[in-house]
Design a protein around this ligand. Sequence first.
Ligand SMILES: [Zn+2]
Length: 294
Amino acid sequence: MERVLSIRRWTRGEERAPHKPLLLLYALGRYQREGAAPIRYSAVERELERLLREFGPPRPSTMAYPFHHLTNDELLWQVETDEGPGSPGASAGRLRSSGARGRLHPELVAALDRDPSLVGRLTRALLTADFPPSLHEDICAETGLEPADGELPAAVLRRLPPRDPGFRLRVLEAYRFRCAFCDYDGWLGGRPVGLDAAHVRWRAYEGPDDPANGLSLCALHHRLFDRGVLGLTRDRTIVVSSAFRARSPVAARLVHDLAGRPVRSPDGGAECDPVHIDWHAAQVFRGPAIARAA
Ligand SMILES: [Zn+2]
């Protein structure tokens, strides 16, 4: 667990670099379904790149990078080619032409074989350390993994800012229990339903439980915000990714019509902090935005 959580990342300050965690999650899913057989780069390249496009940062990058560089982390991942053991480097072309195959390190496989609960615990730890909860299910569906319940390892908890149990209520209250984007409100048994207190800057990236980092969002808009379909400008105008596609009139109404609209203002002056908006714009939002609606 410690070895997996201490992987070296390529990061510049606050930039998201979930490439190695995504490769490990993919490999753990394969291990669970098919055992520890080697994974041929050329056969899985498209699947890996799709994972990265869906859940990685909006800037262009490639999974050839972790396929090679994860071999430098201690006892996690091995690569061999038609010529023998060792990785040919982080070039996708070289990985393809050399017949490169990656596999979980035998020591890690032995630990996974010994302890059947380890896959689930590693899955949960990797997800929590890099992604907001709203994406965990999607990533699990794509990799075929099931996160385990139970306590998170200290190494993950240390990375997350402290939880404030009052955060959710303070954020929902400030927005009068409505979605800040579409005004949705809904109640069941005297409690709001389908409404979340979203973090603008993810907790996994030091986003605090502070109302100035919170938005009251309906479940749909929360998911689309965390996937980078929706975003905000510094003057708190909603933006919609030009990469988003939808055919039905209802999707156009729920998403495209938001472009250019102001975000609902919270009571008590806890507007979103531009610092957190900038992080989301650079690390999550799939720009460019579509032109503002008339
Ligand atoms: Zn909404």
